[in-house]
Design a protein. Structure first.
Length: 94
């Protein structure tokens, strides 16, 4: 009989990783078979991930993106993001 229990998706965030170490962190986690998504936080905070970083990390990550936009004007970012087939996006207005 088949196993019908669906396991949750796991999304790892790089927000707490130092900016200069993020690319390497993503490369290391490409080998992690338990990671389903790369979680990227885009906000009005100065430590937030930028749209340029999203594009850079998209090229590095083997996992689809799980993008969280928390901005006063999220539509500006939405127009710039090019999502792939399996990417997720979550938006809330600050």
């Amino acid at each position: 009989m088949r196993n019908f229990i669906k396991l949750p998706n796991i999304s790892f965030s790089i927000l707490a990783v130092k900016k200069n170490e993020r690319a390497n962190f993503i490369k290391i986690n490409n080998q992690n078979k338990y990671v389903d998504f790369l979680h990227l936080d885009i906000s009005d905070d100065k430590n937030s991930i930028t749209i340029n970083e999203v594009e850079k990390y998209k090229k590095i990550s083997k996992a689809p993106l799980d993008i969280h936009i928390a901005k006063k004007s999220p539509e500006k970012i939405l127009k710039k993001i090019k999502l792939r087939k399996n990417d997720n996006i979550c938006i809330h207005v600050e």
